[in-house]
Write a protein that binds this ligand. Structure first.
Ligand code: ZN
Length: 150
């Protein structure tokens, strides 16, 4: 019977082989940011369309391009799936929660406890055992934050 580790490996490979929301968005109106992880050679560009819906900023569309290892690319795919259609405030909460999963200190206490479902992202929690891979897993999320702030 396959264990949890095997299941997680399958989820990561599925996102790596069939990345979700792959591509680019026209800039402007989209915001974009590029991220690099020189330790591993990973490159990720995140494109975001943010629109106001009923007075709330919402990530109406997201696309990801780039190349790199399976952890960086699958994390980017999962990130795109998790944030598409979500309010920006919820997206920022998800970034903090994911960094908490990666054992990265978040600047505001308690933020990692927000009730945001991680879904497939939980498959990446095994990465925390390999500190050098944490930078691979968080690259898409740091790039996402840069795009939100741009
Ligand atoms: Zn990597």
């Amino acid at each position: 019977m396959p264990g949890l580790e095997d299941l997680y490996r399958e989820i990561i490979l599925d996102h790596y082989r069939t990345p979700r929301n792959r591509g680019e968005l026209p800039v402007p109106p989209a915001r974009h940011a590029e991220g690099h992880n020189p330790l591993c050679g990973d490159e990720i560009t995140v494109f975001l369309d943010v629109q106001q819906v009923d007075g709330v900023d919402v990530v109406s569309d997201v696309k990801v391009s780039g190349q790199g290892c399976s952890i960086s690319q699958s994390s980017a795919s999962m990130m795109s799936q998790a944030v598409k259609g979500k309010p920006v405030a919820e997206v920022r909460a998800l970034v903090r929660k994911f960094k908490g999963l990666m054992s990265i200190e978040v600047d505001d206490a308690g933020a990692a406890d927000v009730d945001v479902p991680l879904g497939d992202l939980e498959a990446l929690q095994g990465v925390v055992k390999f500190p050098v891979r944490i930078k691979c897993a968080t690259l898409a999320w740091n790039t996402l934050t840069q795009a939100l702030d741009s």
